[in-house]
Write a protein that binds this ligand. Sequence first.
Ligand SMILES: [Mg+2]
Length: 181
Amino acid sequence: MPLPYLLLDIDGVLIPFPASDGSTPPTHVRHTVLPAGRDPDNPVPIWLNPAHGPLLAAFLTSGLVAPVWCTSWRKDATTIVGPLLGLPEFPYLDLPRPEITTSHPNGYLWKRDHVEPWLGGSAVAWVDDDFTNLDHTWAAERTAKGTPTLLVQPDPHLGLQPEHLTEVITWVSQLPRARVA
Ligand SMILES: [Mg+2]
């Protein structure tokens, strides 16, 4: 089978939510960035865990998965967030900008309407903090029909932990290997 995709979210995964008092985890370093199209007088503070760079980089370049950003940061994931973590360059999904006030306008993660047709029949490990029960049901049904689908859901206040990556690596290691021609 072709390489499984690894879809990677940013907000709530690499950038955990701040605490109610506005504080951010001591593990994370603050940066001020300017997303594409944003007023230069109005940059955005973000916070990233420098340990995530080495943690992710080795796996992303292992050839075991095809990594793709799946985030409302869109291209800025590749030009801002990835480089700040020292990650290798990899593609991003050019998600639309729907006018929605919740990330689950139909009860499931809005990104799925775009991810699903893009995936076609590919296996995927998808890391996002914002899945609902309907997404987990979708993943289970997709897997049951023969397309391995793993959803990994960090706590958005903690973000990505090493065990999440371990979960993906374990999942990949159990997939049928591509046959060498
Ligand atoms: Mg998120």
